[in-house]
Design a protein around this ligand. Structure first.
Ligand code: UD2
Length: 298
């Protein structure tokens, strides 16, 4: 997008801050972030930061005022944390999305939502297509599905131009969240410190790891080419087992870490690999980075 007034929620966080960096070149960008996992120094200088919680409805309305496009990246991103505290997680992930959709309706803004592969649960077969059955295995997955469906409904009922992007496993610089972070960030830290690499369960679960720069590209394309009311899988179309990932990290960094198996996580899904044909066809999305070549630079 160019020449637009844009709100990015979670714009100081991992995915949001990269998105803001790209958008500020040609747009007027406001960031809403409570800086719990995001950082002030990650927000591009040209953007305006409003430091507030996504549950603070007054702050949300103020941030959305005059927006042409809203990218909603703010969320509790941890499946594990949603299992521990589903009520809090719901508030952050569902209630805030509904309120932001109201803002989009009020402002006649386009709405690009950060949905998730977790909406599918463990699929009967891969690759997963957008129309495949949804059976979330965690509160997180159900929250993302609910908000994703609200996007569709807001398009149908109120003609809000919504697009939901179902991210698979996003990785890249600035992915930090301590024990609730993504597996690549956790394994990298363990490998660098020579600590045991903790694989949950048998490690044969699969994931499609997609680089944050490709996710930023998908968002920009969705804002221009996305069909209102539609959902798109965003990944690379390739997957790896968690055992394979652990080994790749040990080998790449010539780490002395031992790979150990710990208890399986509640709410974990067994298989995850998307078909990204729809994003290719309709958004002109083409992932440009592969895990094998990117991991070294993390
Ligand atoms: C990630 C995202 C989530 C969602 C989803 C989409 C994070 C934190 N979560 O959930 O927001 O969009 O992807 O697919 O980015 N694991 C280990 N050892 C560890 C940590 C994790 O074996 O120390 C395993 C874990 O059990 C799971 C896999 O690695 O099978 C990925 O875990 P994750 O927390 O990075 O991501 P996931 O898929 O739960």
């Amino acid at each position: 997008p160019t020449g637009q007034s844009i709100l990015v929620t979670g714009g100081a966080g991992f995915i949001g801050s990269h998105l803001v960096e790209t958008l500020v070149t040609d747009n007027d960008v406001t960031v809403l972030d409570n800086l719990t996992s995001g950082r002030r120094e990650w927000v591009a200088d040209q953007a305006t930061l409003i430091e507030a919680d996504i549950r603070d409805s007054e702050a949300v309305e103020e941030a959305a005022a005059g927006a042409d496009i809203i990218f909603h990246e703010a969320a509790n991103v941890s499946v594990e944390r949603s299992v521990e505290g589903p009520v809090d997680s719901h508030e952050v992930n569902v209630d805030s999305t509904l309120q932001l959709l109201e803002c989009a309706r009020e402002e006649d803004a386009r709405f690009i939502y950060a949905s998730s592969a977790a909406v599918y649960g463990t699929p009967d077969s891969v690759p997963i297509r957008e129309t495949d059955p949804k059976a979330p295995a965690s509160p997180y997955g159900l929250e993302k599905l609910t908000a994703d469906e609200y996007c569709r409904l807001y398009n149908e009922l109120y003609n809000v131009k919504t697009v939901a992007l179902r991210y698979f496993n996003v990785y890249g610089p600035r992915q930090r969240g301590g024990q609730y972070s993504g597996v690549i960030d956790i394994f990298l830290k363990q490998a660098r410190r020579g600590e045991e690499i903790t694989v949950h369960g048998d490690g044969e679960q699969t994931r499609d790891f997609v680089h944050v720069d490709d996710v930023v590209a998908a968002n920009c394309l969705a804002a221009v080419n996305g069909t209102p009311g539609e959902t798109y899988n965003i990944g690379t179309g390739e997957s790896i087992t968690i055992n394979g990932l652990a080994q790749l990290i040990v080998d790449t960094f010539e780490s002395d870490s031992r790979i150990t198996h710990v208890a399986a996580r509640d709410g974990d899904i067994e298989r995850s690999r998307p078909s990204i044909q729809k994003a290719r066809d309709e958004l002109e999305f083409e992932p440009s980075r592969s895990l094998g070549s990117e991991i070294e630079s993390l």
